[in-house]
Ligand binder design. Structure first.
Ligand code: B12
Length: 261
């Protein structure tokens, strides 16, 4: 198996701050003798929709010609997730109208600003296609996505594409949105995810790379919820034992921390 892994940073990761997680994982991969390429597709989307619009969707407050008072998106609206969900699940204009109404009620956006936000959904399909075609995914044994804040739907869009065309490439998710039961739910609901890292990966990721390279039992590495390679019905993912092990070690760390205080 080739020792090369792609690490992906999808929208809506802040365009002004590189991902600490992917920097860490890249260094860990290198120490394990793997080549790791970080693809910051968040920057590509920022270029596509404009850096000001992108920063706004990441939480920066803005004023516009029509909107003279400064406004900020609320993280509770999950606008970034909603935009990519329109592509992932297929657009439904009734639901779009419902969401527009919701945004109108919940925020003091001008009609112009609200419509501009909703229009961004039409950029997503081309963006995902471009992300896919810009990389030779067959060069990788695994593709890892980091998801914190509003990166889950965009990551799922590209991950589904890669898995559909290259089923042998392992798809791995990790990040704050995959912690604990959230990671279990992701693995259960999206069958194209092979592994979801449900906590810190500093120890788990090198171990996973080792198992992948040696054709070992990668689905048993503690810290991941994993889908078994053969005979999986696509139902419950395997690896809950690993998650419990991971949870136990996290509890132990927390207790040690408390004891020190
Ligand atoms: C630094 C930080 C910030 C900074 C910078 C954020 C940034 N954009 O880079 C600032 C102060 C700006 C900030 C702001 C906010 N933050 Co903040 N922040 C953090 C903090 C303290 C550290 C994040 C970090 O970089 N860690 C270091 C990296 C190395 O760790 P990591 O990302 O967890 O990655 C590890 C694992 O998750 C895993 N992993 C990650 N990706 C992948 C991928 C693969 C393939 C694998 C195998 C493993 C893996 O491996 C890594 C190494 O172990 C975390 C809390 C925490 N202790 O983690 C909260 C946290 C990320 N923030 C949070 C929140 C809610 C916010 C705000 C929304 C708060 C608010 N209400 O305004 C804003 C949003 C800002 C924005 N939209 O950009 C939440 C996010 C929840 C979520 N599910 O996404 C966290 C988790 C805190 C919490 N527990 O609630 N934040």
């Amino acid at each position: 198996m080739t020792r090369r892994v792609a690490l992906i940073n999808m929208p809506f990761a802040n365009a002004e701050r590189p991902s600490l997680a992917l920097g860490t994982l890249k260094a860990l991969a290198r120490e394990s003798g793997w080549l790791a390429d970080v693809h910051n597709f968040n920057l590509r989307f920022a270029r596509r929709i404009g850096t000001k619009a992108y920063a706004f969707l990441c939480g920066t407050s803005v004023t516009t010609k029509e909107q003279t008072r400064r406004v900020t998106v609320s993280m509770d609206h999950l606008i970034g997730e909603w935009l990519f969900a329109q592509f992932f699940y297929g657009m439904n204009e009734t639901r779009v109208a419902e969401y527009a109404e919701f945004l109108f009620m919940q925020s003091d956006f001008s009609t112009h600003l609200r419509d501009a936000i909703l229009e961004i959904r039409f950029e997503v399909a081309t963006f995902v296609a471009e992300c896919f075609s810009s990389v030779d995914w067959s060069a990788y044994a695994a593709v890892g996505f980091t998801s914190t804040f509003e990166q889950t739907m965009a990551s799922l869009c590209l991950a589904r594409e890669v898995k559909a065309r290259l089923p042998h490439v392992k798809i791995i998710f990790g990040g704050a949105n995959c912690e604990g039961v959230m990671g279990q739910a992701l693995a259960r609901n999206f069958p194209f995810l092979d592994l979801v890292c449900t906590g810190e990966a500093d120890l788990a990721f090198p171990r996973l790379l080792h198992e992948l390279h040696s054709d070992g039992e990668w689905w048993r590495v503690p810290g991941f919820v994993a889908r078994a390679p053969h005979g999986s019905t696509g139902g419950r993912p395997r690896g809950t034992r690993a998650t419990r092990e991971c949870a136990r070690s996290r509890d132990a760390t927390r207790l040690r921390g408390r004891a020190r205080r």
